[in-house]
Design a protein. Structure first.
Length: 460
């Protein structure tokens, strides 16, 4: 299998040359919160695959739901007024838990597509109100909004943008991330930091002209950009500022949605009400590829009128509202209700965050940050000065290797170590996960000390 993979499979978010040299890590089975590779070794999956396997890796109800739906209606589309019962019921269920119960749901296949849909709807909304010049979108440095051309262009991460984003465009603008640990000025409190970057955002809007800006897109917790959690009041002030200028607020809930923060959606955890939300990942616990854009009633009424004027809503995907993916997602939401997912996360997060913050005094850890069941450690070369390791990402990548040797899977975002386990994890498994992380950090510290010793001997 190793040779076949190297021969034919082009991996996403992977250095192709490293894959050619080292080969893939092949996973064959999952059970609860663990996965097992082709050598028979099992790991606690501390990233829930890619932030998504909320219910772990073996849920028989979801398997049966997919099986039964395939035997009933295996495939159909939702173009031209077509519909199917699972997509209809899923739409209603989503609106029942969303902060926009009078709205509508537009289905797609991924978070990236859901983001693209939000942008198109924002443009259509502004046009419907006689503001066709309002086309610009504000994003943020460190943001990640997907891998489509628009998603990459909205993302503020160099490795995502690269040569694959639309450069030299006058559509996407970038504001500061609410990254107090790295971007605060000397002696700047979270409150004064928030005030400054909000003032900078206001200046950006004035410079570009509010009459030219359609929307601002935010991740409640910035996931791939470093698990960045905003200071208190940040989103409240963002929302107020945007409302003054008729700029829509779009919440990318692909990581934060469906209980990860202890609320159904991240916007609820941070106290703001968006005009639209993009969701995916936890919508089906990662068991089927599905995404959705949720829009408020005000957005729907405007785009409906505009689409009617044009003759059709000229957007959609072949598999949007697919009966099998919709059925699995609907059953996923039913399971969340039955296990009291939000109560479970709020209870488990006490142990999770206590373990996470116990690393605050570690010599290699500059900051720990988390909310609900998502967290991160930021590795530093020096705690006092906050000096990062150079080159960026090398030490973080090594810790991930050592963690796998200890039997846990985490993810390095440069030198930030993200932790986002399935939400069905038990408290004893949380303790095991962090115990193994502690051992891996000790291994890393010993390697760094040995390396420093060797460097000194050579220089002597």
């Amino acid at each position: 299998m190793d040779l076949l993979d190297r021969h034919a499979h082009f991996h996403p978010q992977t250095d192709p040359k490293v894959l050619e040299r080292d080969g893939p890590i092949i996973f064959e089975r999952g059970n609860g919160v663990t996965v097992t590779d082709s050598s028979g070794r099992s790991y606690i999956e501390g990233m829930a695959s890619l932030w998504c396997a909320t219910l772990g890796f073996t849920n028989p109800r979801l398997a049966k739901t997919a099986h039964d739906q395939i035997l009933t209606l295996a495939s159909y589309h939702t173009f031209n007024r077509r519909a199917n019962p699972p997509a209809i019921e899923l739409s209603e269920k989503l609106l029942s838990i969303a902060p926009m119960s009078d709205g509508k749901v537009s289905f797609c296949n991924s978070g990236s597509e859901a983001v693209d849909t939000m942008i198109k709807l924002a443009w259509l909304y502004q046009s419907a109100h006689g503001r066709p010049r309002k086309r610009k979108i504000i994003s943020r440095h460190n943001a990640y909004h997907g891998s489509t051309v628009m998603g990459a262009t909205l993302s503020g991460l160099p490795h995502v943008r690269g040569a694959m984003a639309v450069e030299d465009n006058d559509v996407v603008l970038f504001a500061a991330a609410p990254y107090h640990y790295r971007q605060a000025q000397k002696d700047e409190t979270p409150e004064s930091f928030t005030a400054r970057i909000l003032s900078e955002l206001d200046a950006l809007i004035q410079r570009e002209g509010p009459e030219n800006i359609a929307a601002m897109i935010v991740e409640p917790v910035m996931g791939a950009g470093g698990v960045i959690i905003p200071p208190e009041g940040y989103y409240r002030d963002i929302e107020a500022l945007l409302r003054r200028h008729d700029i829509l607020l779009l919440s990318d809930e692909v990581i934060c949605g469906f209980g990860r923060t202890g609320h159904w959606f991240g916007c609820q955890a941070f106290g703001f009400t968006p005009d639209m939300m993009s969701v995916a990942k936890g919508l089906s616990s990662g068991y089927q590829p599905i995404g959705a854009t949720l829009m408020s009633g005000e957005i729907y009424q405007a785009v409906s009128e505009e689409a009617g004027r044009l003759g059709v809503f000229g957007h959609g995907f072949t598999y949007a509202g697919h009966p099998v993916t919709s059925a699995v997602a609907l059953e996923t939401l039913h399971i969340y209700d039955e296990i009291d997912l939000l109560g479970r996360v709020r209870s488990l997060s006490k142990a999770f965050l206590a373990h996470l913050h116990s690393f605050s005094d570690h010599a290699l850890v500059g900051e720990t940050r988390g909310i609900g069941m998502i967290g991160a450690l930021e590795l530093v070369a020096d705690k006092v000065s906050r000096a990062p390791f150079r080159p960026s990402g090398r030490v973080g990548a090594r810790l991930i290797e050592l963690a796998m040797e200890r039997g846990i899977i985490l993810r390095n975002l440069g030198d930030v170590i993200a932790i986002c386990p399935p939400l069905v994890i038990e408290e004893a498994e949380i303790a095991t996960l962090f115990s193994r992380l502690s051992d891996a950090l000790a291994d890393l510290q010993n390697e760094l000390l040995a390396s420093t010793s060797i460097d000194r001997e050579v220089s002597a």
